[in-house]
Design a protein around this ligand. Structure first.
Ligand code: MG
Length: 168
């Protein structure tokens, strides 16, 4: 099912670079709001900075793909030093198509990291790449996201019912 998470992490910091390497993942497509930082926030937590440095040191490339506006995404992406795609229209796979060409990898080497099942998880599934689902870093701000969030719990429950665990 394209909406059930394949794997759930507490946050991005819990995604170990060595684990990514063991899975053959060499490129990450990163969501911004409630994945790398809070919803609408420009704050970069030191722990996220360290995680990004460790990921890059492990030879894993990264790019940002967000549904939010360039005005929101560009300053944060520049602060991190990452290339970005805004207005990506996830779950449509168009942003992932751009990202994959930019990253120059095969689909099996690429994974989407994001906090929403109806955008990040579904986009990854439709594009045929893995999704590393993370719990949201903080509260949602936009009405649209709040609405989609209401429909997530049954799919997350299905993951746990099938024996999935929260990776911390
Ligand atoms: Mg998000």
């Amino acid at each position: 099912m394209l909406l059930t998470p394949e794997i759930v992490f507490k946050n991005v910091e819990a995604i170990a670079p060595a684990w990514l390497q063991s899975q053959g993942i060499t490129a990450l497509v990163l969501d911004v709001d409630n994945t790398l930082t809070g919803d609408g926030s420009q704050v970069l937590d030191a722990t996220v900075r360290q995680w990004l440095d460790a990921v890059h040191a492990a030879g894993i490339s990264t790019t940002i793909v967000s549904n939010n506006t360039p005005r929101r995404v560009a300053p944060f992406a520049e602060k991190i030093g990452l290339a970005w795609v805004a207005m990506a229209c996830k779950p449509l796979p168009v942003g992932l198509f751009v990202a994959r060409r930019r990253l120059g990898v095969r689909r099996r080497q690429m994974a989407v990291v994001g906090d929403q099942l109806f955008t990040d998880r579904l986009a990854a599934g439709l594009f045929g790449v893995r999704c590393l689902f993370v719990l949201q870093r903080g509260p949602d701000k936009s009405k649209g996201v709040k609405l989609k969030r209401k429909f997530e719990p049954p799919f997350v429950q299905k993951y746990y019912q099938k024996g999935g665990v929260l990776h911390e």
